[in-house]
Design a protein around this ligand. Structure first.
Ligand code: BF8
Ligand code: SF4
Length: 630
């Protein structure tokens, strides 16, 4: 079999270098330049040893000044900073989930948003004890949405979705007093604990970081994922393409960027509207092409096969192609740089959410009630902008790869079911996967997630680690910008199975899957938590025993830290390629990298050397196998 040819990081970098020439020509500012301006970074910030939570400070910890003015030591300061970082991430993910709850509340049979997966809705209603018998599906949806919204502020009890975790795990969370209560309460408690004159004891601070993280992963994010599936369909394998070459020279290019599928779904819908396509043709374009950036891209790729233009550090590149008529964004991971950058081209930069308003953008408020007309107006604006393109600036790199995406947990189980014909229950099972791991055909699994970060050569860590892992018969599940790195390189093409070890290759052939599986956006890491829970139930292994680790080699955001906290608190060791600003305190650092194991059975590992990081993960998986005696 011919070995699959991947797109190399060098090829991607060469394409970027060409685009940077355009940037220079038009006098545009880019992140590559801004990194130079910001380097070296502040050492206090990097170590987490600067406190500015009251105006007696800011206090910076040095050997000469080992305490802040209030007497807080370095461990308290580093721990508080870490907890605030986590709370920022948990709030962002969970607020995304809240928006999705509101959208679910707006669903109507004849409305902008409808129910596409009633089965999933009924399943959740059943789990939550909501009456379904003889009721209209939209009545049920509204009650589920309202119940979900109450998860944010309920005065008593813990998150409803915790019931999906294995019993052992729930006991750990209770024992350690980290079972998450109301989502907003966990964020609020984090902010309160870190107020001047509250907690400065590292154990207490890190415990609350785990709890806030869990309120995200098993609360807000999980609702975001589940209700998105209910409204927009649970992803199933679908073919698409990835990298900047998906932009079309002769078409109107609309880039959707951000996170909330409520917006991107509507844009995709109206980009297919015959009236809009006719208008595009009138303007001299061959049609309308929608492509995505960041997690929004994952959402619409997984459900509609919309091509993925790129990940986080490629967002400026889409504008630099000179072929982007409009870039429409909602929330999170959007560079404010896009405003001034788009002004150097004909590109319209449209912000839509009151949560993310930026200078030099056109604000077109998008709401669930007016979604249809908002989306149509945005698509129309893009189409009418086609004529303003400056042909001399157009340069679309000739880079793209095929990808099969859409491996929700349900889809993975269905694929496995198809092979074994087990049909153990209607919803499928992970037992065939467990059998493969038990027999050693697969050594284990890695959940690779997260961003790009200029501190790591962009995409290099993701791609190199994936190549290494699949060669060792370790299956990789992906989300977020890590997933797009894989797709851009060609690792999500089923033909990439030629790069696997013999065992994984056999599994991929039998099940007809690529060796790295796209599980969705960052809120969809909740899908991975459910996958781990299912494997635990199907195998009888406790989650920390499963030959499974998490990895975020290029992470950068507060959300990523919140995720890291809930992945570790769920019992999955997590390997990072970037430090979470805690080096200033050996106590906090020691807790995260070791002490947590006593609480939750897993911890963080940080290693900048990507080769070593990969070796460590493989070793950890082999150690877990040995401990299980398999
Ligand atoms: O939530 S992986 S850069 S896009 S933070 Fe952002 Fe990071 Fe990408 Fe999605 Ni996740
Ligand atoms: Fe300084 Fe304490 Fe105020 Fe922080 S809370 S800025 S350490 S005085």
């Amino acid at each position: 079999m011919e070995i699959k040819k991947l797109t190399t990081v060098e090829e991607m970098e060469a394409a970027t270098a060409k685009l940077l020439e355009t940037a220079e020509k038009v006098g545009a500012d880019t992140w590559q330049q801004r990194v130079k301006n910001q380097t070296p970074h502040c050492g206090f910030g990097e170590k987490g040893t600067c406190c500015r939570i009251c105006t007696m400070g800011p206090c910076r910890i040095t050997p000469k000044a080992p305490k802040g003015i209030c007497g807080c030591d370095v461990h308290g300061i580093v721990g508080r900073n870490y907890l605030r970082f986590t709370a920022g991430g948990a709030s962002a993910h969970s607020d995304h989930g809240r928006e999705i709850c509101h959208t679910l509340y707006q669903t109507r049979a004849d409305g902008n948003y409808t129910i596409k997966d009633p089965e999933k809705l009924l399943k959740i209603a059943g789990e939550w004890g909501i009456e379904t018998e003889g009721r209209d599906i939209y009545d049920i949806a509204h009650e589920v949405a309202l119940t979900g919204l109450n998860e944010y502020g309920k005065p008593f009890g813990t998150q409803r979705f915790l019931s999906r975790a294995p019993e052992e795990r729930r006991k750990v969370w209770e024992r350690e007093e980290i079972a998450p209560r109301a989502i907003d309460r966990e964020v609020s408690t984090a902010m309160h604990m870190t107020h001047m004159g509250c907690s400065s004891e590292p154990n207490a601070l890190i415990r609350q970081a785990l709890r806030s993280g869990l309120s995200d992963g098993w609360g807000g994010s999980m609702m975001g994922t589940e209700f998105s599936d209910v409204m927009f369909g649970t992803p199933r394998p679908v073919d698409t393409e990835a990298n900047l070459g998906v932009m079309e020279k002769d078409m109107v290019n609309i880039i959707v960027h951000g996170h909330d599928p409520s917006l991107s779904e509507m844009i995709v819908f109206y980009a297919n509207d015959p009236e809009m396509i006719a208008l595009a043709k009138e303007q001299g374009a061959k049609g309308i092409n929608v492509a995505g950036v960041c997690c929004t891209s994952n959402e619409v790729a997984m459900r509609h096969g919309i091509p993925m233009a790129g990940n986080f550090l490629q967002q400026e590149n889409v504008v630099l192609t000179g072929a982007c008529e409009l870039i429409v964004v909602d929330v999170q991971c959007i560079f404010p740089a896009l405003g001034p950058l788009s002004k150097c081209f004909h590109t319209k930069f449209v912000t839509t959410s009151k949560i993310a308003q930026m200078p030099d953008s056109e604000f077109m408020h998008f709401t669930a009630e007016t979604a249809g007309e908002n989306a149509k107006a945005i698509v129309r604006e893009a189409v009418l902008n086609f004529k303003n393109r400056r042909p001399e600036l157009v340069n679309i790199p000739n880079l793209k790869q095929k990808a099969t995406v859409g491996y929700s947990l349900e889809a993975i189980k269905k694929c496995l079911d198809g092979v074994t014909n087990s049909h153990v229950d209607a919803l499928g099972t992970t037992k065939p996967l467990v059998d493969c791991i038990r027999s050693g055909v697969l050594r284990g699994a890695v959940a690779m997630v997260g961003c790009n970060n200029p501190k790591v050569r962009p995409d290099y860590a993701h791609i190199e680690l994936m190549k290494k892992l699949i060669k060792h018969d370790i299956i990789v599940v992906l989300s977020g910008c890590s997933a797009q790195a894989a797709a851009k390189a060609g690792l999500m093409d089923k033909a990439a199975r030629t790069l696997c070890g013999e065992g994984l290759k056999r599994v991929c052939e039998l099940v007809d899957i690529p060796p790295v599986l796209h599980m969705g956006s960052c809120v969809d890491i909740s899908r991975m938590m459910l996958l781990a829970s299912d494997i635990s139930c199907d195998s009888g292994w406790d989650i920390p025993q499963i030959p499974l680790v998490g990895c975020a080699p290029e992470w950068m955001s507060e959300k990523a830290v919140s995720i890291g906290n809930y992945v570790v608190a769920t019992g999955i060791d997590t390997y990072l390629g970037v430090d979470p600003y805690v080096k200033g305190s050996d106590q906090v650092d020691g807790l995260l990298k070791g002490g947590l194991r006593e609480w939750v059975g897993a911890n963080f590992v940080v290693e900048y050397d990507i080769e070593k990081l990969g070796d460590m993960m493989i070793q950890a998986i082999e150690d877990k196998r040995a401990a299980l005696g398999i």
